[in-house]
Write a protein that binds this ligand. Structure first.
Ligand code: SAH
Ligand code: SF4
Ligand code: F3S
Length: 479
C-alpha cells in the first residue's frame, strides 16, 4: 500500500514550504539495509525529485519510513528560493541533529537547492550533516551513503548538462492515486535577476518525450487520471532525437500526452510569458482533456521593474499574451506569481502591478515580498533598498486585491456546471468529496454514494468563497 503525507497536488512550482514525509513498503525484494526518512521543501519539482530519490534508495535496499525516530538515514530536500525557506530548513536540521546526538550511527543528509547553493560550506556550517547532495547527483546517493557509513562526509554537487532521470520510475508519494506529477525538464536558462534557481538547478535540459509518454501511460493504467507536466519554464521544452533529428516542442508534447486517453487530464506548470506561443494556446484549446488553466507569473506590472528583473518582456507584451489566451481559450483561468518591493520599486511601479492584476483577473496568485538571494544578478547589481515595512504594506495590498478578484472570479461560477475529477474526501467532512474543474478550482460537494476518487462527475456550483467553490452533483439533463 502506498501511503504518504504529500502536498496538496496541482500547485505551481513554489508553494510548499512545509515539509512532507512519506512511507512505502519495500517491494524490491532487496535485503533491507536500513530505514530512510525524507522530508521535502520548495517547489513541486523538488517533491518530484524526492520520489526519484526514494526510487534510487529503494532499489538499493533502503526501506522508507515516515517515523523519523526509527530512521537510520534522514534526508531533507531543501529550497533556497527565499531566505525564509532556508531558515525553515536550518530549524529542522537542528531537530535532526539533536536526534543524532542520542542515536549513534544515524546519518543526516541535505539534498536539493540549498545543498547546491552552499556546497561544502554546508559541511563547515552544519558540522553534523553527513551528506550534501545536489539535484543532479541523486544516482550517486548509495555510494555517498556507504562512504558516510564509514565516517567520511559525502559531497556531490556536480551539476549536469544531461541528467533528466528519464529512466527512473519515481516512487509515487501522492496520497490520492488520482493526480500526479511528471518532470519534463530540469534546470533553467533564464536569468531573472532575483532568482537563485539557475544557480541551484543548472542548465536547462529537456527529457526524452517518449520516456514522458511511457510514464504518463503507466500512471493512467494504474488508475491515475491527471498528470501535471513540470518544468521551470515548460514553454521552452525542446527535444531533438540525437540520431534522427526528430524534434518535439512543448505544444507537440502536450498533444502527445493528451492523446494517451481522453480521460487523462493534462496540466502543466510553469509557463513563461516570453515563451508561451499561440501554438501552445491552440493545442490547449483543441484538446478537451488539456486543462484550461495557465500559471503565467507576471512578477511585476511595471515595465521598468520587469526590465530590472530581466524577465525579457514588458507590461504591454504580457497584456497581449493575456488577450491571446482570452481570444484562443475563452474559458481559460490564469494565475500568477507576484513579487512586492523589488529593488528601486516606486509607489507608481506598485500601482502598475495592482493595475495588471485587475486587467489579468487572476483566479489566484502566489505573492511574495522580495528576498535578496546571495549570488543572484540583483544581489550583485542593485541594493535591496525597499524597507521591510514598505514591502509588507505593498504585499498586503496585493494580497487584498487578489482576494477580491478571486472572490469575484469564484462568484461568477455560481450556477455553472463543471466536469470535476474527484480526488478524495474533503478536508473537513468525510461525507463530502473534493475535486477540481478544468480551471483548477477546487470544488467541494456532498458524496453521491455512487462515485469515488478518479471518477468524473458533473457538479453545479451553488456557493463560493475566495478559495473554494461548493456545489452538488447533477445529471446531464439538468445542465
Ligand atoms: N520558474 C518559475 C518560478 C519559480 S520560483 C517562473 O519563472 O515563473 C517561484 C516564484 O518565486 C517566482 O515566480 C517568484 O515570484 C518567486 N521568487 C523567486 N525568487 C524570489 C525572491 N528572491 N524573492 C521573492 N520571491 C521570489
Ligand atoms: Fe527563476 Fe526566472 Fe528561471 Fe523562473 S524563469 S526559475 S524565475 S530564473
Ligand atoms: Fe524549487 Fe526552491 Fe529549488 S523553488 S527549484 S526547490 S530553490
Amino acid at each position: 500500500m502506498l501511503e504518504s503525507v504529500a502536498p496538496e497536488s496541482r500547485v505551481p512550482l513554489d508553494e510548499h514550504l512545509q515539509g512532507s514525509v512519506f512511507y512505502q513498503e519495500n517491494k524490491t525484494g532487496q535485503p533491507v539495509k536500513g530505514h530512510f526518512y525524507i522530508e521535502s521543501y520548495g517547489c513541486q519539482m523538488n517533491f518530484n525529485d524526492s520520489e526519484i530519490v526514494a526510487s534510487v534508495l529503494a532499489e538499493t535496499g533502503y526501506q522508507p519510513t515516515r517515523d523519523v525516530d526509527i530512521a537510520d538515514l534522514i534526508l531533507i530536500n531543501t529550497c533556497s528560493i527565499r531566505e525564509k525557506a532556508e531558515d525553515t530548513v536550518r530549524k529542522r536540521l537542528q531537530t535532526f541533529q539533536r536526534q543524532k546526538a542520542t542515536q549513534p550511527g544515524l546519518l543526516v543528509g541535505v539534498l536539493g537547492c540549498m545543498a547546491e547553493r552552499l556546497k561544502s560550506k554546508f559541511l563547515e556550517e552544519e558540522k553534523l550533516v553527513d551528506l550534501v547532495v545536489g539535484p543532479d547527483a541523486y544516482r550517486d546517493l548509495p555510494r555517498l551513503i556507504e562512504r558516510a557509513d564509514d565516517g567520511e562526509k559525502g559531497l556531490n554537487v556536480f551539476l549536469s548538462r544531461e541528467e533528466t532521470y528519464a529512466d527512473i520510475n519515481p516512487l509515487r508519494l501522492d496520497q490520492n492515486g488520482v493526480t500526479s506529477f511528471i518532470s519534463i525538464m530540469r534546470g533553467c536558462d533564464n536569468m531573472c535577476s532575483f532568482c537563485v534557481v539557475p544557480f541551484t538547478r543548472g542548465r536547462e535540459r529537456s527529457r526524452d518525450p517518449y520516456s514522458i509518454l511511457a510514464e504518463a501511460t503507466d500512471l493512467f493504467q494504474k488508475g491515475y487520471r491527471e498528470a501535471t507536466l513540470l518544468g521551470q519554464n515548460v514553454d521552452s521544452y525542446s527535444w531533438s532525437h540525437p540520431d534522427t533529428g526528430e524534434q518535439v516542442n512543448f505544444a507537440q508534447l502536450l498533444a502527445m500526452v493528451a492523446e494517451i486517453h481522453p480521460d487523462l487530464r493534462v496540466r502543466f506548470s510553469t509557463s513563461h510569458p516570453k515563451d508561451i506561443t499561440n501554438e501552445v494556446l491552440e493545442t490547449i484549446a483543441r484538446y478537451e482533456n488539456i486543462c484550461k488553466y495557465i500559471h503565467l507569473p507576471v512578477q511585476s506590472g511595471s515595465s521598468r521593474i520587469l526590465d530590472l528583473m530581466n524577465r525579457t518582456y514588458d507590461a504591454p507584451w504580457y497584456r497581449e499574451r493575456i488577450e491571446a489566451i482570452r481570444r484562443i481559450i475563452p474559458d481559460c483561468a490564469v494565475s500568477s506569481d507576484i513579487i512586492a518591493g523589488f529593488c528601486t520599486e516606486t509607489e507608481e511601479d506598485h500601482q502598475d502591478t495592482l493595475e495588471m492584476m485587475a486587467f489579468a483577473r487572476y483566479s489566484m496568485s502566489y505573492m511574495f515580498a522580495y528576498s535578496e538571494r546571495p549570488g543572484t544578478l540583483a544581489a550583485r547589481k542593485y541594493p535591496d533598498d525597499i524597507p521591510e515595512e514598505v514591502k509588507k504594506r505593498r504585499l498586503g495590498e496585493i494580497i487584498q486585491l487578489q482576494n477580491q478578484i478571486s472572490l469575484a472570479h469564484n462568484q461568477a461560477d455560481i450556477g455553472k456546471t463543471f466536469s470535476v475529477l474527484i480526488e478524495g474526501d474533503s478536508k473537513r467532512n468525510d461525507q463530502e468529496h473534493k475535486g477540481r474543474n478544468t480551471q483548477n478550482k477546487m470544488i467541494v460537494f456532498p458524496k453521491t454514494g455512487s462515485h469515488g476518487p478518479g471518477d468524473y462527475v458533473r457538479v453545479k456550483v451553488t456557493d463560493a468563497t475566495s478559495a473554494t467553490l461548493r456545489g452538488e452533483v447533477v445529471h446531464d439533463v439538468e445542465q
